[in-house]
Design a protein around this ligand. Structure first.
Ligand SMILES: NC(=O)c1ccc[n+]([C@@H]2O[C@H](COP(=O)([O-])OP(=O)(O)OC[C@H]3O[C@@H](n4cnc5c(N)ncnc54)[C@H](OP(=O)(O)O)[C@@H]3O)[C@@H](O)[C@H]2O)c1
Length: 319
């Protein structure tokens, strides 16, 4: 089975390729510019041109459309990247003369936050609170309404693991002996390790009975930020001092960093949208649909996988 992955140079895409390669599949990397994994065949694609995309798809059975922009200072740029490209990918898949299964990598952000008590279900109305989440929600709609081939949508929660830059800042903070929490409330949230996400996608690809279904992808556990910080500190072998930042102060700080990022046209990881996401009541998805339809029941391994991530950061001099 030939499985192509867009955005293959990135954190999730490159891990997915290696994982599929090790499991005996024939992965193909779709990238915009030359690729860093030289053991895997590469096709350079131009997302602005559905015809070239459709030629690249000539022998592909499954296309995982993973390319996407996760931060930007420009709403237009975010929409062009996440919605515009998805529209062209769907058009290319529709033009193919053979069956292709399209799997769109959306995000938990498309669905929006949960309350502290009730997890969100796939069938809940979408209520994104960031431009990123809105762009993913619109792209989901494009897949649902315009794709004439078989499709699925996967909404991963926060993904961590070797090669991830987003959680790196939390590891760095813990390494310096501190951790920050916005407000006193403990907020429940989901996590998934990148290799678990790759396994999740394999469960989906091997299942032919779930076409047209949307799934949250989590490791089925519920954490809090304090639990994650404790796991990171245990991996590092250090204690960290938790500083509780009042919400109003955090709002100001994230606003200032957002403004600074906009002045330099460089998106900051700490921006106002991130503040709203971090201060939401919870980010918990109901795992029942993936458990029931895909048999998705990964072992609970967060402490071990955080340790492995820490070792990777150290070995690669990121920490
Ligand atoms: N990391 C998470 O926590 C998380 C959580 C939920 C969902 N997701 C989704 O998972 C996917 C992969 O995320 P990631 O964390 O691996 O991000 P990443 O490391 O930034 O990789 C994203 C890839 O998307 C492509 N890309 C980015 N901007 C693009 C643009 N304007 N036009 C065309 N291609 C563009 C690039 O592909 P090239 O290889 O061509 O350069 C890049 O390698 C994204 O769709 C993201 O929304 C991620």
């Amino acid at each position: 089975m030939k499985i192509a992955i867009t955005g293959a140079n990135g954190f999730v895409g490159s891990t997915l390729l290696t994982h599929l390669h090790h499991k005996g599949f024939e992965p193909l990397a779709f990238v915009r510019k030359p690729f860093r994994l030289n053991s895997i065949p590469v096709r350079i694609v131009d997302y602005s041109n559905p015809n070239t995309l459709s030629r690249a798809l000539s022998d592909v059975d499954v296309l995982i459309h993973n390319a996407g922009m996760t931060k930007s200072v420009s709403r237009g740029e975010m929409l062009a990247a996440n919605v515009g490209i998805t529209r062209n990918v769907v058009q290319a898949v529709n033009q193919a003369k053979h069956p292709i299964r399209l799997i769109y990598i959306s995000s938990q952000a498309a669905s929006g936050p949960s309350s502290a008590q009730t997890p969100r279900r796939e069938s809940d109305a979408l209520a994104p609170i960031s431009i990123y989440g809105k762009s993913k929600a619109i792209a989901e709609r494009v897949v649902q309404t315009q794709c004439s081939q078989a499709w699925n949508i996967v909404r991963p929660c926060s993904v961590y693991g070797p090669g991830d830059r987003d959680f790196l800042s939390l590891f760095r903070l813990c390494n310096s002996g501190f951790s920050l929490q916005i407000g006193k409330k403990e907020r429940p949230l989901n996590m998934i390790h990148v290799s678990q996400l790759a396994d999740f996608l394999l469960h989906l690809i091997m299942n032919q009975q779930v076409m047209g279904e949307i799934f949250f992808a989590t490791d089925n556990q519920v954490y809090t930020q304090a639990l994650i910080v404790d796991a990171i500190c245990a991996a590092i072998g250090k204690k960290s001092r938790r500083l509780i930042v009042p919400e109003a102060l955090a709002h100001l700080a994230f606003g200032a960093l957002d403004g600074w990022g906009r002045l330099r046209s460089l998106p900051s990881a700490m921006n106002l949208e991130k503040y709203h996401e971090l201060s939401a009541e919870g980010w918990v998805a109901d795992p029942q649909k993936a458990q029931g339809l895909l048999g998705w029941n990964p072992p609970a391994m967060l402490p071990e996988l955080i340790c492995e991530t820490y070792r990777w950061y150290r070995e690669n001099s990121w920490l």
